[in-house]
Design a binder for this molecule. Sequence first.
Ligand code: NAD
Length: 505
Amino acid sequence: MDARVKDKLSHYVGGRRVEGQSGRYGDVYNPAIGEVTRQVPLASTEEVQAIIENAASAFPDWAQTPSARRSQVLYRFRELLVKRLDELAEILSSEHGKTLDDAKGSITRGLEVVEFACGISQLLKGEYSEGVSAGVDSWSMRQPLGVCAGITPFNFPAMVPMWMFPIAIACGNSFVLKPSERDPSCGLRLAELMTEAGLPDGVLNVVNGDKEAVDALLTDRRIQSVSFVGSTAVGEYIYQTGCAHGKRVQALCGAKNHMVVMPDADMDQVVDSVMGAAYGSAGERCMAVSVVVVVGDETADEMMSRLKPRISALKVGAYNQEGVEMGPVVTPDAKDRIRGYIDRGVEEGAELVVDGRDVEVKGYENGCFVGATVFDKVEPGMSIYEDEIFGPVLSVVRAGSYDEAVSLVNDHEYGNGTAIFTRDGDVARDFTHRIQIGMVGVNVPIPVPLAFHSFGGWKRSLFGDQYIHGPEGVRFYTRMKTVTARWPSGIRSGAVYNFKRGGEH
Ligand code: NAD
């Protein structure tokens, strides 16, 4: 191991940290300094199988635990999240790079899912029909699935796991989390806090690893469901492989979110919104705005003249430096990949208005920094328009009309988020109806649904048909059972050989 590497991480199994046995490790960077600071064990298939066994043994007792007692664990977990917010943000930012305030905001968004899951007794209430036939009653209930798995991306190492396990566990399932190997420490700490909150050992486990660990989860018959959040290529593979092995799968994937700016939009609001939505978290958000479609050259010229100085002045630095608005990207590889896209944008003929390739941060010369970048006059077909760059690179496309803008959004392969900026209610209403996208904002640049709604995209941004968290989260982690019951004192109909209309006996 590199002499500078301080920490060797572990897995979390049966309520405690467990050392990796495979002998394989991955590097975890602190992206602000560009150095490897931790090593994460990459689990073998056998290690994953042992972890699944642990989760499977914990399931029956947990499923039998009354829902009100399950939610008490989540109430205590919520209190611990509040108490440990600073510590969690420091862990998160030191591996991901986002600013501490942004890290805290994202943890709070996860905490809101925990708060939603605390109401599980209400959420699991079934339906009851008295007297569906003479002396016959019928009711439905939702029951847990068994062992559920979650495979999560690097960009929200606390929030995205909390989109999954609090609801799955509240529903009575046990859970195996496979966090991103690029920033795994948050997942481990969250599992420890669940134990501290009173969760029985084995109900929440964390396995660290790469493709080998994921494949072991996808093919194991004891895993009932797989929740995935990550890139489209991997998500499609996970959906197909998981389904082929009989699992329920939801795979939330990549994005290229377009923000449409109409000529009547409030330009101050537009500029503020673009700054936060394109460059917050260095553009490493699946709901980041990466394309702005401006209707009309005059509007585009005005927006660019206001945006350019703001983008050039954006303060880039380490996550814990005072006044920093944008941190580094996650690894040296990500930095090279993003800079490569800027090179290609220039080669393909887009107009590079602000170039972030050579940004320098004093005292952090080896950090994984890419400065805020904007291209004007981008066109469909260019790689900076078609691909998800997942960095602080914004493309501005000029459209001749509203209809052209709508077609651009609808024709793109991704369908996660979009927004329209306008003062015209008719246009906004038409947009929300016609647009082929899962989450839509009207003068709201990042329309992320809150915890009590469900989150998900359309087209190649989601494989599977259930969104995550909110009511669809509860449906995803449970299955329905419907009971029809008659008691001996009821009316007897003798042997019946033919189906009859409902209500007849
Ligand atoms: P990624 O697809 O590289 O990794 C996600 C997970 O899949 C990780 O746990 C990783 O270990 C695993 N994985 C990677 N390659 C694999 C393979 N070949 N086989 C099996 N498993 C594999 O994604 P990332 O780079 O960590 O995250 C960024 C991506 O996530 C972006 O595309 C972003 O849009 C997407 N994302 C989507 C949402 C959403 O809700 N739609 C939210 C956050 C992030």
